[in-house]
Design a protein. Structure first.
Length: 580
């Protein structure tokens, strides 16, 4: 069982402790408090220290204000590395420094004593309690924070120039202004507010025996703000490695670019965009290890092996950069890809699960050339087979976890230079046909949109669609029409695949509940009563229907459903995914 040291302590008791030597580590995020958070803290502290605006109502022996936990562990240099509480500690330090500066010329004995107590919280002291103003009690190594030196300078000097634009400077200016107004309005109580903050505001320091334990505690306690991500921990390992190589500044620049890049291209359901990049890369490294195990380790567990040895390889960061560049080109539909490849990537953006991104990442890492490009024809063949297999498997065995069994061995095959085959998981023609015919393609099932995207983009006349556009499922034979006319012999026809198509959201809203003869103008585009031109759909099939058909009836639904399923079975056959 992990050992913990937990002790409720006042600010003065904690900060003046000679053992309290705090470090904001390199993997932490930059300081982020704004004036709103600072104003809330100031108002809370003032209301606490002067309840009802009456100094006498305060009970110095019993009144307490709980500021929150501080989770740390003692690192190899003997410093208390802050896992949780960085933002609060930073803010309190800046608040105390603002008080210290305000009291610089104080003559009143209580104010002078308070100033000395504050100095013992900010700086290390000698055996007589005198502050050594060259040695702060807090340090920052945040790799992605260009302003950390500004923070430390403010603590050392109490000087904030007009040129300083950091959040540290903004926080210090705010507190300096509030303290100045306070001392003007309450000159008799100048020392009382900081004293009550120092002696009656409570922190709960939790010192863990290791970083891992501290992180687990933080995950349990934290119910606000942004927890440290796995990528934040990985950043610290890279930072140490590149610092030892004399490339610290270059690394910081490269990491910042990766963070900005991944924010633009990844929208993960959990974790951060950088976590997503590390996840996609993890599957490549697993494949290199020959790992076919369908049980996937947690991200941090995978990378922390051998003391994060994978992260200290010289090729790892360049590989991550290459992978991020690849996915940026995918999501921006870069012209380095052929039109056929871009169509397939559009289809895959509507995949029933995210497994395709991992498989594609492995393919890219295994087949990229020296400048990060792929052979378009080979890439197209890979994507075609992947689409066919994942779509069929999603109907046969729904759920992303089910895909692990056939996909993980293929990842290993890819890094060994073998093509994607799924040779052990081919489909029986009659069985898979029967499953598709019996499957309920409800709007809420991801595979429904997947099939419609595949059907729309396989049309040779269909131009490439933009990933930035939002497409919804259109009922060509409208639901309200079915209700009003009662003309369907089988109500299941309404939800059949043959009655559905992708349609731009803005057009789908207008065309949703009309007869086909009314829908046609929305498919083809028109001018409204104000003379504004409403764009036509980019879905070629719907425009063809509008130009060629006078109606879209139940027989059309049946014919189109059969047409889609026939084409998909032929697609599986062409991709050699059917048993002989």
């Amino acid at each position: 069982m992990s050992k913990l040291n937990i002790d409720q302590r006042t600010i003065s008791n904690l900060f003046t402790d000679k053992k309290s030597d705090f470090l904001i580590p390199d993997y932490q995020r930059p300081y982020a408090w704004t004036e709103d958070e600072c104003a809330t803290l100031w108002d809370d502290l003032f209301t606490f220290a002067f309840p009802g605006n009456d100094s006498d109502q305060f009970d110095s022996d019993n009144d307490e204000y709980f500021l929150g936990p501080i989770v740390t562990f003692k690192n190899e240099n003997g410093k208390l590395e802050i896992i949780d509480g960085q933002q609060r500690l930073t803010t309190i330090m800046l608040l105390l420094r603002a008080f210290y500066s305000k009291f610089e010329h104080a003559q009143d004995a209580n104010t002078v004593d308070t100033r000395k107590l504050i100095s013992q919280c900010i700086w290390k002291t000698d055996e007589f309690g005198n502050a050594n103003m060259d040695k702060l009690k807090i340090d920052s190594e945040v790799a992605s924070d260009d302003d950390k030196e500004e923070f430390l300078d403010i603590l050392r000097t109490g000087v904030v120039t007009k040129e300083m634009k950091s959040k540290y400077a903004e926080t210090y200016r705010y507190f300096a202004k509030q303290i100045s107004e306070f001392t003007e309005n309450y000159p008799m109580y100048t020392a009382l507010l900081p004293r009550r903050i120092l002696n009656n505001v409570i922190l709960l320091p939790i010192e863990a025996e290791s970083q891992d334990t501290a992180l687990r505690i933080f995950s349990t306690l934290n119910d606000r703000g942004l927890p440290l991500s796995d990528a934040d921990i990985f950043k610290s390992q890279f930072y140490k490695y590149y610092s030892n190589q004399g490339q610290k500044n270059d690394f910081i620049k490269r990491w910042k670019h990766l963070e900005e890049q991944t924010k633009k291209i990844f929208k993960p359901l959990r974790g951060t965009p950088m976590d997503e990049l590390f996840t996609r890369y993890m599957y490549y490294e697993r494949a290199l290890q020959g790992n076919r195990n369908t049980t996937t380790e947690a991200l941090r567990d995978f990378y922390e092996k051998n003391r994060y040895g994978l992260l200290t390889r010289p090729e790892t960061l360049p590989n991550l950069e290459a992978l991020a560049d690849f996915w940026e080109r995918v999501y921006t539909q870069d012209e380095s890809f052929s039109n056929e490849v871009l169509k397939l990537l559009f289809i895959l953006d509507y995949a029933p699960n995210g497994m395709w991104t991992y498989l594609t990442s492995v393919y890219f890492m295994a087949n990229k050339d020296e400048v990060g490009n792929l052979d378009n024809e080979a890439f197209k063949d890979f994507l075609e087979r992947m689409v066919a297999f994942i779509w069929a498997y999603a109907v046969e065995r729904p759920g992303v976890n089910a895909l692990r069994t056939p996909v993980y061995p293929e990842m290993v095959n890819l890094v060994n230079g073998e093509p994607l085959t799924f040779a052990s998981y081919k489909f029986n023609r009659d069985d898979i046909r029967g499953r598709f015919e019996a499957y309920s393609f409800a709007n809420g099932r991801p595979i429904t949109k997947s099939m419609l995207a595949w059907w729309a983009l396989r049309d040779s006349d269909q131009p490439l669609l933009e990933l930035s556009d939002t497409y919804e499922i259109e009922h060509i034979y409208a639901r309200k029409r079915a209700e009003a006319e009662g003309s369907l012999s089988d109500q299941k026809s309404l939800e059949a695949l043959g009655n559905k198509a992708l349609l731009e959201k803005r057009i789908n809203i207008r065309a949703s509940d009309y007869r086909f003869e009314d829908k046609k103008k929305y498919y083809l585009g028109y001018q409204d009563k104000k003379g504004n031109t409403k764009e036509a759909t980019k879905i070629s099939e719907l425009k063809d229907f509008a130009e060629e058909k006078s109606d879209f009836a139940e027989s059309d639904i049946r014919d189109r459903t059969k047409q889609i399923l026939d084409a998909f079975i032929d697609y599986l056959d062409a991709e050699e995914l059917l048993l002989d």
